[in-house]
Design a protein around this ligand. Sequence first.
Ligand code: FAD
Length: 291
Amino acid sequence: MKPAPFTYHAPRDAAETVGLLAELGEEAKLIAGGQSLVPMLALRLAVFDHLVDLRHVAGLRGIERRGDAVWIGAATTQAEIGRSEQVARDVPLLSRATPLIGHFQIRNRGTIGGSVAHADAAAEYPAIALTLDARLETLSPRGSRTLPAAGFFTGMWSTGLAEDELLTGITFPVRAPRSGFAVEEFARRSGDFALAGAAVAVELDGDAQIRRCAIGLFGLGPVPLRAVAAEAALAGRGTDSVSAEEVGSTAVAELRSVPADLHGSADYRRHVGAVMVARAWRRAVKEAGDA
Ligand SMILES: Cc1cc2nc3c(=O)[nH]c(=O)nc-3n(C[C@H](O)[C@H](O)[C@H](O)COP(=O)(O)OP(=O)(O)OC[C@H]3O[C@@H](n4cnc5c(N)ncnc54)[C@H](O)[C@@H]3O)c2cc1C
């Protein structure tokens, strides 16, 4: 099938973009890399009279160190992020998650803003943004806002963005000393969305005690999740006193509404999720200890 007819708009700056969204209302949709939107249009699962293309919008692309954070423009492609030495050095978890997204053809066009705004609960970038306490910068006709990733994902494919609001950039905190990061996922085939996945960020103090940690889960609920009770229980403990399996089972014990479909039951996903958390925990703690 082909998409239903639409009018194409190519604004040049962010203000013009949100002006168009406000003027055209719910008949308009932003398009970035098109890697989620175009299949939906082609299958006519979604129909919009107007597509507003972000490709020519100035100021939405790039990767910059800004103080203690790395800013990434919303229209920066997944491939650019995967190639960035700055991201590999300062936000290694984001770097490591990138090759897990689809295939290189998808990453060449798909953008970080599109991934986060699309908010698939099994996608890597939303979970990484949540794990790293990223901050989301937006613009609408009412002005700009900065939103924490926590609370941004409100349901399957839904976020705190208003219909006329553009995600302009995302900032990630630069890694702290003695920190370690890992992401693990299980997918039936390479490039598929994960059945279950986990991202871990851990920071140790000088005595190998856990100063703080973050455990992000994807594919295990209607939104990406943080295992907050497990994180709180781990803070202050010595890494030697914690087994990775214990971290895995504690992290999934908190889960409610685990999806079930023909690819796997909720119990199966929960089991796979615990294994992914345990693997990621082991690797992140080792990296933090070696740092
Ligand atoms: C075969 C296949 C496999 C895939 N596998 C994976 C995978 O394993 N993991 C994964 O994470 N993803 C996967 N994807 C999805 C891919 O990562 C998409 O690129 C991504 O989800 C959307 O980014 P995009 O730039 O293409 O956005 P688009 O498809 O252009 O847009 C997606 C949504 O985001 C909105 N949007 C885009 N940019 C903005 C913005 N700046 N502000 C506000 N709203 C915006 C659009 O209006 C639309 O609603 C896969 C896709 C395909 C086709």
